[in-house]
Structure formats: C-alpha cells, structure tokens
Ligand binder design. Structure first.
Ligand SMILES: CC(C)(COP(=O)(O)OP(=O)(O)OC[C@H]1O[C@@H](n2cnc3c(N)ncnc32)[C@H](O)[C@@H]1OP(=O)(O)O)[C@@H](O)C(=O)NCCC(=O)NCCS
Length: 172
C-alpha cells in the first residue's frame, strides 16, 4: 500500500467514496465540481497495483487552523492501516505548512484520539469551521458529532460576518 497526494484523475473515486457515506451524515456531501476544485487538498491510499483504497483531505483556513475532512477507506480496505497512514500524512502536511491547530468533527473520536486529537467541549471555539459548514448543515441544532482539535485552540478566526465587514472596509 502507498499513500500519495491526489491527482485530478482520482476525483471520480474520491467523489463516489465520499458520497457513499454522506447519506447518513457520516461525511459531508460533496459536489463533483467541489472535489475537482479542491483535489490538491486530498491524499489517497492505493494498493501497489494502483487500486484506490481511500482518501482524506486537509483544508487550510489560514496559518492558525487546518481541518481534516472527508477521511474514508473503501469497505475492503478498512482495518489494514490505510486510514491511519492517510491521517498521519495530513497531520504532517499541516506541520509542513507551519499550522499548529488541526480540527475535525467526527462520530468516531476514538480513532482520532490515537493520533493526538482531543475533544473540544464548545464547538464555538472553532468559529471558522462553524461558519464554513455548520450554518448550512441540516443537522445544525441536532449535531451528533464531536469537535476535536490537535494542538492548541486557535485564538483568531478569519471567516464570518465580522471579517466580511472588515474586508469591505479595507476595499473601501
Ligand atoms: C475511520 C476510517 C477512515 C479508519 O480507517 P482504517 O484504515 O480502517 O483504520 P486503520 O486500520 O488505519 O486503524 C488505525 C488504528 O485506529 C483504530 N481504529 C480504526 N477505526 C476505528 C474506529 N472507528 N474507532 C476507533 N478506533 C479505530 C484501529 O484499530 C487501529 O488501531 P491500532 O493502531 O491500535 O491497531 C475507516 O474506518 C472509515 O472509512 N470509516 C468510515 C468513514 C468515517 O467514519 N470517517 C471518519 C469521518 S470523521
């Protein structure tokens, strides 16, 4: 098995696997166009013969925060170490960018505890994530996911109405 950055040719496999688990809310639904646009966020695992085994993405909010998204292995690949290797590669990628905080929302915190993530009691401590995804989520007020962070909780945020207002002022 090997782990590498995704290429555009992987977009169809990523799209189909991620959306196969979006129906029950395990993963956020992704449009094909969104996968293509953000394909450089993705890392994939594949067999030595090139069979797609799974993927995960690192979304960069800014120097203060990144997020692990869309991490999923094919049913046949689960439990063989691929998910852990993809997650480790995403953590290493955040470190290469000098990012101290990596967050995620999940229903399986135990998997992420093993890799240094800890639960965040108040999701409001991750305002960028909330502004990006939660406000448009149908489960906004009945969220069953655990917010987690690896590293320190960021002291700043860059998304949201306050920041939009600041940008408008800057644009004059
Ligand atoms: C979560 C997922 C990506 C893990 O991938 P995987 O290849 O099965 O995991 P690995 O084989 O690399 O496991 C690494 C370690 O985590 C443990 N682990 C795996 N899945 C786990 C889970 N759901 N809960 C707790 N621990 C888990 C393994 O036992 C292993 O521990 P070990 O190192 O002590 O042996 C995979 O199970 C999956 O695709 N799940 C469905 C999608 C999903 O829920 N994604 C997370 C969305 S936030």
């Amino acid at each position: 098995m090997r782990v590498r950055k995704a290429r555009l040719q992987d977009a169809t496999n990523i799209f189909e696997l991620v959306n196969s688990l979006s129906g029950d809310g395990t993963l956020l639904k992704r449009q094909f166009s969104e996968i293509c646009e953000n394909v450089r966020d993705f890392t994939i695992a594949e067999s030595e013969s090139g069979v797609f085994l799974g993927c995960g993405a690192l979304h960069l909010y800014g120097p203060h925060l990144a997020e692990v998204r869309s991490i999923v292995m094919t049913p046949g690949a689960k439990g063989k170490g691929a998910g852990g290797r993809v997650l480790k590669a995403l953590i290493d990628e955040a470190e290469e960018h000098g990012i101290q905080s990596v967050c995620l929302f999940t229903r399986i915190p135990d998997f992420f505890f093993r890799f240094g993530f800890r639960a965040v009691e108040d999701k409001a401590e991750l305002p960028d994530k909330i502004f990006k995804d939660c406000q448009i989520c149908p489960r906004l007020h009945r969220c069953d996911e655990v917010a987690m962070v690896r590293g320190r909780i960021p002291r700043v945020s860059i998304l949201g109405p306050k920041h939009e207002a600041e940008q408008l002022v800057r644009l004059g």
